[in-house]
Design a protein around this ligand. Structure first.
Ligand code: NI
Length: 185
């Protein structure tokens, strides 16, 4: 089932989400929520979704990005992942700044600094513990979605509001940037 996505201003986006008790991960309710979140992410052409974005204040993330994704055509592929009660164990000092958007802040983009590499521990949807390292776009998605569990959205992480732009202006912005990169070659 496709779920309604909460938009900025709805209080659920500012709450600290509750962890899922380990014994509850296999329950029909949690499994259905995960399926619905995946379906909603696909429907909205997102690369990730956090449960608070579908009005459920619990610590579940889903993410997936195909290579050449329509919203992020230049980003590399990230396989489907379901992360429950995830923790970031380590984060690189090195930061990367890049464009982000959010289904809860439609039609807006901004540049956000994120840790380039993170080490993550979580439960998967089978209730198995997983631990892995993620970097670049993959790490960015996890940090963005993880923020939703702590009542934060990407604009809270921006350090320079000059890059806060409407999507209708963004393509021009990105083109200027590409030109700048090309002329710097
Ligand atoms: Ni978001």
């Amino acid at each position: 089932m496709i779920l309604k996505v909460a938009r900025l201003g709805h209080p659920v986006l500012r709450e600290i989400a509750e962890p899922i008790p380990e014994a509850e991960i296999g329950s029909a309710d949690v499994q259905r929520l995960i399926d619905d979140m995946i379906e909603t992410m696909y429907d909205q052409a997102g690369v990730g979704l956090a449960a608070p974005q579908v009005h459920v204040s619990r610590r579940i993330l889903v993410l997936e990005a195909e290579g050449g994704h329509p919203r992020y055509p230049d980003a590399p592929g990230v396989p489907l992942q379901i992360l429950i009660n995830h923790e970031i164990l380590e984060a690189s000092e090195e930061m990367d700044e890049d464009w982000e958007g959010c289904l809860s802040l439609p039609d807006i983009r901004g540049k956000v600094p994120r840790h380039k590499t993170i080490r993550v521990r979580a439960f998967d949807r089978e209730g198995k513990r997983v631990e892995f390292e993620a970097s670049d776009f993959h790490a960015r998605i996890i940090q963005h979605e993880g923020d939703h569990l702590d009542g934060k959205v990407f604009v809270d992480r921006m350090t320079d509001m000059q890059s806060l732009v409407f999507l209708s202006e963004f393509s021009r912005f990105a083109e200027e940037e590409r030109e700048a990169v090309e002329s710097a070659d």
